[in-house]
Design a protein around this ligand. Structure first.
Ligand SMILES: *Cc1c(COP(=O)(O)O)cnc(C)c1O
Length: 420
């Protein structure tokens, strides 16, 4: 049988030569037999996190009580500065950690629309992540704006030509993912930002599937606005607070719609009227979830120590391994690649289409391979380079090949469950 010229011994050799191999030991791995390829949905738990969170709970909350607000009050900004420097390519004071990605998207989209009163159109990829579509649909409906939804290739992403063709001087805002959640298609941030700027439109980037695994240069690419998650490749835990980025020169020109007291100048003066802070904190709202924030610092320690450039290098090699093994082993079993072939145009996950992908995904979990299913008919494989070995990738594809050739998935019911 063809092994794509890559034996398990080859994967072992790649692990032995991997400069990031030791980072795996800094994550909790309770089941050594599990092949976890879903780091793009929920990153693993860093070993340091439980104690860090427990210290915040026991000491800062339990003992410090309300006095601990002196430390907590700046966390959103200090964590934002770390993300700016090490993950996003932004400047200090341009990023803050707060709320969820959905809420941050709403705040920044609304702020951008308020700042473009003469323009009536928002542009979005029809295949954009659902929450982004729903938030933008709601904003367009409540403001009487036209949503220009662009058809795009499910596997190849929104084409630069289609996007340029949709831009005119009635466009206020483009909302776009840097890396598509389904296919992994990677956009050229500088080119899109420049094309939008040429007609006077802004771009709000969602970098959820890029942060921590694709080097971002928000400042260098001219990006004005961005939001993203911390629980995917950044490993801050389920529901961890998200981040938002607003370029420094825009901050005072934009007002966000949720006028909470954490965005207020001189918050504890408790003044009568809303008067937003000058900096990025004006885009925060209320009391931050301190216990959840406590998990972000130890997670960022690891990403910073590894460095996103090195993580990208390994992610590309692991993506190429997925593609090579899928071509050799899975294509003959009815799988079709559903991501850009060129690794330079792909984030860190690879999708494979198969008519029975839903049941294959369930059967894979039973065989100790955690990937995920996305409509329509796609199995997503997201090896997070910080803790995934080349042998994990090899074993996962090997188990997939074995279970599909044995027809194990055909024994399962067809109905999708609530969480996919
Ligand atoms: C994961 C993800 C989200 C998640 O938003 P939440 O508010 O955290 O649920 C949003 N947008 C994109 C593009 C994502 O990949």
């Amino acid at each position: 049988m063809s092994d794509a010229g890559l034996t398990r011994a080859d994967a072992e050799a790649l692990d032995a030569a991997d400069p990031l191999a030791d980072f795996r030991d800094r994550f909790v791995v309770t089941d050594p037999d599990l092949r976890y390829l879903d780091g793009n949905s929920l990153g693993r738990l860093p070993v340091a996190t439980p104690d860090a969170v427990a210290a915040v709970v026991r000491e800062q909350w339990g003992d410090g009580l309300v006095r601990s607000w002196h430390t907590w009050i700046d966390w959103g900004v200090s964590l934002g500065d770390r993300l700016a420097e090490h993950v996003l390519g932004a400047r200090p004071g341009e990023v803050v950690v707060a709320d969820s990605t959905s809420v941050n998207l709403y705040k920044l989209a609304a702020a951008a629309l308020d700042a473009a009163p003469g323009r009536g159109v928002v542009v979005m990829d029809a295949e954009e992540f659902p929450t982004d579509r729903y938030v933008v649909q709601g904003l367009c409906r409540s403001r009487g704006l036209t949503l220009r939804t662009l058809p795009s290739d499910l596997d190849d992403g929104l084409s630069p030509g289609a996007l340029r063709a949709a831009l005119d001087d009635d466009v206020a805002l483009v909302v776009l993912s840097a890396v598509s959640y389904r296919s992994g298609a990677l956009q050229d941030l500088a080119a899109v930002t420049a094309a939008a700027a040429a007609v006077g439109a802004r771009v709000l980037w969602d970098v959820s599937h890029a942060a921590g695994v694709v080097p971002l240069d928000l400042a260098g690419s001219g990006a004005e606005l961005a939001v993203g998650c911390t629980y995917k490749y950044l490993n801050a835990g389920p529901g961890a607070p998200a981040f938002l980025y607003v370029r420094a020169d825009l901050q005072e020109r934009l007002r966000q719609p949720i006028q909470g007291w954490f965005g207020q100048r001189d918050q504890f003066a408790m003044g009568p009227d809303y008067d937003p802070l000058p900096g990025v904190e004006r885009f925060t709202v209320g009391t931050p979830p301190v216990v959840a924030l406590a998990a972000l610092g130890p997670a960022l320690d690891l990403v910073e120590a590894a460095g996103v450039a090195r993580l990208r290098e390994k992610a590309v090699r692991q993506g190429e391994l997925v593609v090579a093994l899928a071509d050799a082993w899975l294509a003959p079993l009815g799988f079709r690649p559903a991501s850009p072939r060129d690794p330079a145009r792909r984030g860190a996950h690879v999708s494979l289409a198969h008519p029975d992908a839903w049941r294959i995904c369930r059967a894979a979990i039973a065989a100790g391979v955690v990937a995920d299913y996305r409509e329509p008919s796609r199995l997503r494989l997201g090896p997070s380079p910080l803790y995934t070995r080349y042998t994990d990738v090899w074993d996962a594809l090997d188990r997939l090949r074995a279970l599909v050739s044995a027809g194990e998935h055909e024994l399962l019911p067809r109905d999708p469950s609530r969480v996919t």
